[in-house]
Design a protein around this ligand. Structure first.
Ligand code: AP5
Ligand code: MG
Ligand code: ZN
Length: 224
């Protein structure tokens, strides 16, 4: 164990597309004062900047397919090595294959670190479709809104930063269905992987946003 990281807290938010990973990560990040690392956000940022990585991942994301592990792991490990991650971080959307989970474990182990908790946010498929079809996201800070569940105060404008809201290109019905099937085949095995490691906490994600947040905070609270 490295001493300087003793108080660090590393949390993974695991769950299907639309489960509320991004929504909840914003809350937990603020309450625990640790950064939110979302692989999907990093890929979208690369696309909007038109970088080499952005061009490479575009066709995968449009189809709702996963980006190859090698690329994804390198990107997330680089981000999590930044100085603001010394006290830990919240991972949202990563890992989502067994290969990614093993690569993460190995990288942490090499530094004497570990993942503390994996929160599995469970939601039914019908509810996921309803959520994704009504979602709008801030172009600048990535905060998700929902036209019914959590509308912004001013239509089309982010409450937190004033940025413009947009709908994701992969939130159309066809791509959402593929994202759900990719989740079932490639990501669901992580539930057992982290369950066997004794790190999994299941949270009922069908509750209102505030209650889900309370349940997650109770599950990850370092003082407990
Ligand atoms: P990514 O961006 O990670 O998308 P995702 O996993 O499909 O998840 P979403 O962001 O759609 O859902 P969320 O759980 O964050 O829900 P949210 O909080 O917004 O990945 C996109 C693509 O990038 C992938 O398809 C892949 O191509 C690539 N990629 C990313 N990571 C990768 C990896 N590790 N490996 C390989 N490829 C990768 O909430 C959804 C909506 O519901 C919102 O409108 C919200 O307001 C509303 N809502 C939230 N909570 C509630 C609630 N409790 N009640 C009612 N409404 C709610
Ligand atoms: Mg998200
Ligand atoms: Zn914003």
């Amino acid at each position: 164990m490295s001493m300087e990281n003793k108080d660090a807290i590393r949390v993974i938010l695991l769950g299907p597309p639309g489960a509320g990973k991004g929504t909840q990560a914003v809350f937990i990040s603020r309450s625990l004062g640790i950064p939110h690392i979302a692989s999907g956000d990093l890929f979208r940022e690369a696309q909007s900047k038109g970088t080499e990585l952005g061009l490479l991942v575009k066709s995968y994301m449009e189809k709702g397919e996963l980006i190859p592990d090698e690329i994804t792991v390198a990107m997330v490990l680089e981000r999590s090595a930044a100085p603001d991650c010394k006290k830990g971080y919240i991972l949202d959307g990563f890992p989502r294959t067994i290969g990614q989970a093993k690569a993460l474990d190995k990288a942490l182990e090499d530094k004497g670190d570990t993942i503390d908790k994996v929160v599995y946010i469970k939601v039914s498929d019908n509810e996921l479709l309803r959520r994704l079809s009504g979602r709008w996201i801030c172009r600048d800070c990535q905060t998700p809104y929902h036209i019914v569940e959590s509308p912004p105060k001013v239509p089309g404008i982010c409450d937190r930063c004033g940025g413009k809201l947009y709908q994701r290109a992969d939130d159309n019905e066809k791509t959402v269905k593929n994202r759900l099937s990719v989740y079932s085949s490639q990501t669901v095995p992580l539930i057992d992987y982290y369950g066997d490691a004794g790190k999994l906490v299941e949270v009922d994600g069908s509750q209102g946003i505030d209650n889900v947040a309370k349940a997650i905070l109770a599950a990850v609270n370092p003082s407990e």
